[in-house]
Design a protein around this ligand. Structure first.
Ligand code: ATR
Length: 283
């Protein structure tokens, strides 16, 4: 039987959970496909992808540090879908006989689906704070804006990057004619403000660094979402101390994978059992 081949490509890649997630999705939906983790040399993204395409691979997930390379790769060879264009990066490539290489980005849809469907948090008219202005922030701006919060404040240690992210969000909002208000703030300017949802997209948790954010920003019923998973970050601990509901990024990981799976296979897997399995394996 012919098996459609997919993979995740990154550096490092050994600890990726994507092969397990996609194997579960394929099993659950009865899709005949393979999915493996592939390590590409730091300067060898194009060569690795070209070789995989020559072998007949149908699509790739792309992770650190290649998400920008993936967008560039598709720009010259096919099509860049809107979420990848506004993110300035791609985590999903589709190799398709008609369009060539198509770049998409499912990170933002993954985040929003986790927040709205799994955590049952209605984003409409809410006040949202995004901490950080790196690739992870840019990756989620458009789907976040499309969920119609009232306000998105972006705060970052390096203020110019927060301004850049807020400007990108304003462009997205103008193009979509929604009326989300967007602004950039310094961490110390957050004093006196309160938010219904606070998303930590910084990598500060990796080094257990405490973000200089005031305790007062967590509104009653606030959801504090850390894109990181597998560890309790100082942000999560602070949010818990201040009475917020806390979520890690495992749901986003599974939901972004589900969206990629849907782009490739046209079938939507059930994410719940996969999330439960990952959580039980982590115990
Ligand atoms: P990613 O692609 O994961 O977003 P990145 O582009 O390197 O990674 O961005 C990392 C983000 O985490 C940035 O917003 C960074 O802030 P700066 O722009 O000021 O560098 C933020 N970050 C990392 N460590 C941090 C720390 N200890 N305190 C505050 N912010 C931190």
């Amino acid at each position: 039987m012919l098996v459609d081949k997919y993979a995740v490509i990154g550096n490092p890649i050994a600890h990726s959970k994507s092969p397990l997630i996609h194997a579960e999705f394929a099993h659950q939906t009865g899709q005949t496909m393979s999915y493996e983790a592939i390590l590409a040399p730091i300067d060898g993204f194009d060569a690795t992808v070209n070789a995989l395409m020559a072998k007949g691979y149908k699509g790739l997930n792309v992770t650190v540090p290649f998400k920008f390379d993936a967008l560039r790769f598709a720009s010259g060879r096919g099509k860049v879908n809107v979420f990848a264009a506004t993110a300035g990066a791609s985590n999903t490539l589709i190799f398709d006989g008609v369009n060539g290489v198509v770049a998409d980005n499912t990170d933002g849809v993954g985040l929003v689906n986790d927040i709205t469907k799994n955590l049952k948090f209605d984003l409409r008219n809410k006040k949202v704070l995004v901490l950080g202005s790196g690739g992870a922030t840019f990756g989620v701006l458009q789907p976040l804006a499309e969920a119609n919060p009232a306000l998105v404040v972006i705060a970052n240690r390096t203020f110019t990057k927060a301004e850049e992210a807020a400007r990108r969000l304003i462009e997205i909002v103008q193009a979509s004619r929604s009326n989300v208000l967007s602004m950039a703030k310094r961490f110390e300017e957050l004093d006196g403000m309160q938010f219904d949802l606070i998303i930590n997209s910084t990598s500060a948790g990796l080094t257990d660094s405490v973000l200089p954010i005031p305790d007062s920003i967590f509104a009653q019923g606030c959801l504090a979402y850390d894109m990181m998973y597998g560890r309790e970050t100082p942000f999560m601990a602070q949010a818990r101390r201040n009475g917020a509901q806390v979520a890690d990024g495992l749901g986003m990981l599974v939901e972004q994978a589900a969206e990629a799976f849907y782009l490739w296979r046209g079938v939507r897997p059930d994410t719940q059992p996969v999330m439960e399995k990952l959580r039980s394996l982590a115990k």
